[in-house]
Design a protein around this ligand. Structure first.
Ligand code: ADP
Length: 267
């Protein structure tokens, strides 16, 4: 990519409210050509952080949401047949390597095991991507960076990163932000005023501390942003909390009742 394009990307940096020193760590890792692993619960800002950093560094970003059918060819590329011709089509990983950008694999543990093997030569000091099908071996330019994320809360023994893969990354641990930071996010992203932001963050704290109920996931910053948007645009706060914070968390009648009781203490 040329410089004007980089400048254009950098001018449009997605909003990200830093929690600690993660921006400096990421930038430092990129300068040293180190891959980064981000772990943390869903909806806590991992994807937004990567988008923010890519724009700040003026790098093109290729994001892949991993799933259990994702193969190495989905990342690297494949031959496509068009009008009787066969032509090679780069996958997002290959494009990131060719263009010197960031390849972000969201929920990487969902991907099939053969896909992580493709990553290995890119995550050590060789920094190469061998493309078996075309016989090419691409050397990653300095701008290229591999970033992966996963939610350790979801894991069970069959779905975790192999130690041999994990140990190739600098790892950042994310969690829901501290109250003041989360309030700033709700004000900026959800259009909440100071008071609403405080109420929602207090409510989230109460729900996150709730024990004894069958909750797979804690209420995320993403869901709080949804609630803030609905309330800020005039919806009744209790209804907004029910649809944005309670129903997405559980299908169990008891749990829903308990969560609604917590909502009633704030609104
Ligand atoms: P994850 O990738 O961890 O599942 P996202 O990055 O998609 O979560 O975050 C979900 C939403 O929460 C974002 O779209 C954004 O509105 C908001 N958000 C969470 N944390 C932050 C933060 N620190 N700064 C700005 N927005 C945030």
């Amino acid at each position: 990519m040329n410089a004007p394009v980089h400048a254009a990307i950098a001018a449009n940096v997605p909003y990200y409210q830093p929690v600690a020193d993660e921006c400096a760590v990421f930038e430092n890792a990129w300068r040293h050509q180190l891959p980064v692993l981000i772990k943390g619960p869903t909806g806590c800002g991992k994807t937004r952080f990567v988008a923010h950093m890519a724009a700040r560094l003026g790098l093109p970003l290729f994001t892949v949401s991993c799933h259990d059918d994702l193969s190495a060819a989905d990342l690297v590329g494949r031959h496509l047949i068009a009008g009787g011709d066969t032509r090679w089509c780069d996958g997002p990983l290959t494009r990131a390597v060719r263009e010197g950008g960031i390849c972000y694999l969201d929920e990487v543990v969902e991907a099939r095991k053969d896909t992580t093997v493709v990553l290995h030569p890119l995550t050590d000091d060789r920094r190469i991507l061998p493309i078996e099908r075309t016989g090419e071996e691409l050397a990653a330019p300095p701008g290229f960076m591999l970033v992966v994320s996963y939610n350790p809360g979801y894991q069970h023994v069959l779905k975790t990163l192999k130690p041999s893969t994990r140990q190739r990354f600098v790892a950042l641990s994310f969690d829901f932000p501290a109250a003041e930071v989360e309030m700033a996010v709700l004000r900026h992203e959800g259009g909440a005023d100071e008071m609403l932001a405080r109420q929602l963050v207090q409510l989230a704290g109460q729900i996150r501390r709730l024990t004894g109920y069958d909750l797979d996931e804690a209420v995320s910053t993403r869901l709080l942003v949804y609630a803030a948007k609905l309330i800020a645009s005039g919806m009744d706060p209790r209804s907004a909390c029910r649809v944005a914070l309670v129903e997405p968390l559980s299908d169990e009648a008891d749990t829903i009742a308990a969560l609604l009781a917590v909502v009633d203490t704030q609104f």
